[in-house]
Design a protein around this ligand. Sequence first.
Ligand code: ADP
Length: 481
Amino acid sequence: MATSNRLQTQLYINAKWCESSDAGRFDVVDPATEQVLASVANATSADAAAAVDAAGGALAGWAALAPRNRGEILRKAFELLDMQKERFAELITRENGKPLADSRAEVGYAAEFFRWYSEEAVRNIGQVSRAPSSGARILVQHKPAGVAVLITPWNFPVAMGTRKIAPALAAGCTVIVKPASETPLTMLLLAEILQEAGVPAGVVNVLPSRRSAAIVGSMLKDPRVRVVSFTGSTETGRALLGEAAKFVVNPRMELGGNAPFLVFEDADLEAAVAGAMTAKMRNMGEACTAANRIYVHESIHDAFVTRFGAAMGALKVGNGLTAGVAVGPMVNRGALEKVESLVEEARGRGARAVTGGHRLPGPGYFYAPTVLDEVPDSAACLGEEIFGPVAPVQRFHTEAEAIQRANQSEYGLVAYVYTRDLSRGLRVSEQIDAGMVGLNRGLVSDPAAPFGGVKQSGLGREGAHEGLMEFLETQYISVGW
Ligand code: ADP
């Protein structure tokens, strides 16, 4: 079946499109125009039960399919998504707001998870060893964990989905995806692609819903559900961990971040500014990997701030569909107001806006790219995720101070380090409490690398071989040989 040009707005359960059991719907708004893009079916707990039945029913068949066959289907999904890059990119821009260039990059990144896990599906490798004293053989193998509930955020509407769906399917799990209510259309379009790629009925189900807590809670109660994989805020993650604990469901949590960006005195200044632009402005700063706290050595602080401020100030803001626009709107009014209040609070405490520092006229939730200098330690924007185009800069004096400041956060997702001295770079990287470090790189996300954080940033890893293991259970058989 070829995908149509019409937007899918219904629930996708057992390879069928359907309305919610109470016929409820909710609106999806274009953040650049504040106009309603579409209304989407609002799944109920009864729909969630139907989706778990579908996923549970499909599990044995999918798990038994030869890994090579599962891999071929994932490979096909990669090809189809790649072929339809423009269509996906435009839809992402419409519902999320990010500029087309960012959307295209996201679709490319998203598709790569299908390619990587099409290759990883055939590398579910166990081991055999001899028990040291009993003489038995220890046979270890990895089996699909079961039905997985995947909950995705609005900032990367397709990539945060494929980063979970691809390893789950490679492992032999079946899934129910609950996309973010701000951006469900992209995930529904992905369901069409997966159907076309040959994913059997029930293996992937998609449930847009405004009743997240109720429907997810009801799914976790079902003993067939063995994994809940979530990407979103630490606050929601904590609530979900509580739910998962009640029913002893495996939690995989990609939560918030508050990334430090360290620029040492021996850094290549041009590269550091370019890296800061990427680390801060990818997705308008609406990323858990966004550089939130920029620490620059005192000897180059002024030169860095001048160049960085000029680069940020030159970015064109507007509707992401317009050519040349580099910064789109915030995803919704709440996000805009949060950014605005963090900047006002920092200014009230003495911070200075080098560029930006204000919202832009609507319609649409636009905020000017902002660099804040002389930010005092007490400013809230250093402690909380900003999730917007605002870059607070502070200066440091010694390497030890830089490390101490970098680690001064409850989060530990990613850090960025710029220095020409490789031994310093590695020494500093090792001392930073973060799951990932970009050393002279402003971007760490890669399907072949384990993505994830420590401390309040989460549990588990996505991508790489580790990502596959998150959807497998280890079984050991003691064999009298
Ligand atoms: P944000 O990224 O907007 O801060 P959240 O962490 O609140 O988002 O949400 C991320 C995802 O989790 C979205 O799909 C959202 O609908 C869903 N969600 C929100 N609250 C809950 C909850 N209590 N239980 C399960 N899922 C939730």
